[in-house]
Design a protein around this ligand. Structure first.
Ligand code: EAX
Length: 324
């Protein structure tokens, strides 16, 4: 009897140990707060993955650039020191040059055009290309249409941008676009931006309403103009070291969780597009909503589209323009 009981107890302990061993915790890194549109997306990823896997996978967020700037985090994925990252495409073009197409000013007509393109064959082609840079593109998610904020003056025409020291992402297309519009672009990693604005190292920056509100930029910026000059995608990336160690079924869970993450983030972007202007005004920002975008578009596109077309031609851009 005694041996039987001992055997049974050992068996239960082994099952317990086995299921405990089977549980894998993954970390999702991103640049913003857990309350931001990225944080909402990261939590949706974690909750969906945990549910689909029956608890075999759990997850936690590493928000607010705890794991470094977006370029650092992408490099962490490549060497396997990070599991998953939600990042804007800002630095991504340095790893997958063809992704620079998505950062071209005034390329996308509106959110529907951008989302339909990225959820279609063009988006999948670009996700597949992440492999060339030792990255796994799980899904396109979203940052939002970018607008200009600054501490100096209202911006109504490109001339108002003249000489403004404007922080841009580490992105050659954005730098060329703002140079073409007459500003003085300064590329800078996201974790340095708030301090640089506070100390007056730069006068302004450009980001979607989602980021302007998440970062509480009204504390250091008095003016915002809804230029909508660039649609800023974001992307859910996994390390190939993590992803290639999964079974096919597990990989399916990660892909479905990434799609759920994108849906949650886009819903949060839509909410902030509706409520964000009021929130910025309530916090003292002078928000200019109506401008003639044509002059901005002409100067920005003229100065920056060649950064992409000189290398890749216009085929993909024509395909994107044709997406209904
Ligand atoms: O991804 O660097 C930026 O301006 C990005 O929009 C921000 O990190 C959110």
């Amino acid at each position: 009897m005694k041996h039987y009981l001992l055997g049974a107890v050992a068996g239960v302990a082994m099952i317990g140990a086995a299921s405990a061993q089977a549980q894998t915790n993954v970390v999702v890194g991103h640049a913003l707060s857990v309350e931001s549109h990225y944080g909402v997306g990261a939590q949706a990823f974690i909750d969906t993955l945990t549910e689909l896997s029956g608890g075999a996978f759990t997850g936690e967020q590493a928000p607010a650039s705890q794991l470094g700037g977006e370029r650092d985090m992408i490099e962490g994925l490549q060497i396997g020191s990070l599991d998953l990252v939600i990042t804007s495409t800002g630095p991504l073009g340095n790893f997958v040059p063809e992704a620079l197409a998505l950062d071209l000013p005034f390329l996308f007509r509106d959110y529907d055009h951008a989302r339909t393109t990225l959820d279609g064959e063009i988006g999948q082609e670009l996700l597949d290309q992440m492999r060339d840079a030792d990255l796994v593109g799980l899904a396109w998610t979203e940052n939002g249409f970018r607008h200009v904020t600054n501490s100096q003056r209202p911006i109504r025409t490109p001339e108002d941008l003249g000489g403004l020291r404007l922080r841009t992402m580490e992105n050659r297309v954005h730098m060329a676009a703002f140079e073409g519009m007459g500003a003085a672009p300064t590329p800078m990693a996201w974790p340095e931006v708030f301090g640089a604005l506070q100390q007056g190292v730069v006068d302004g920056q450009e980001n979607p309403i989602t980021v302007i509100t998440a970062a509480r930029f009204w504390e250091v910026q008095g003016y915002v103009t809804l230029t909508g000059h660039v649609y800023s995608p974001a992307i859910v990336l996994a390390s190939p070291i993590l992803f290639d160690g999964l079974t096919e079924e597990e990989q399916g869970w990660f892909l479905e969780a990434a799609r759920a993450s994108a849906a949650a983030t886009r819903a949060e972007v839509d909410r902030l597009e509706r409520e964000g202007v009021e929130l910025m005004r309530a916090n003292g920002m002078d928000v200019i909503t109506e401008i003639d975008r044509a002059p901005f578009q002409e100067l920005a596109a003229e100065a920056s589209w060649s950064v992409f077309t000189d290398r890749f031609g216009t085929d993909m851009l024509e395909r994107i323009a044709a997406v209904e």
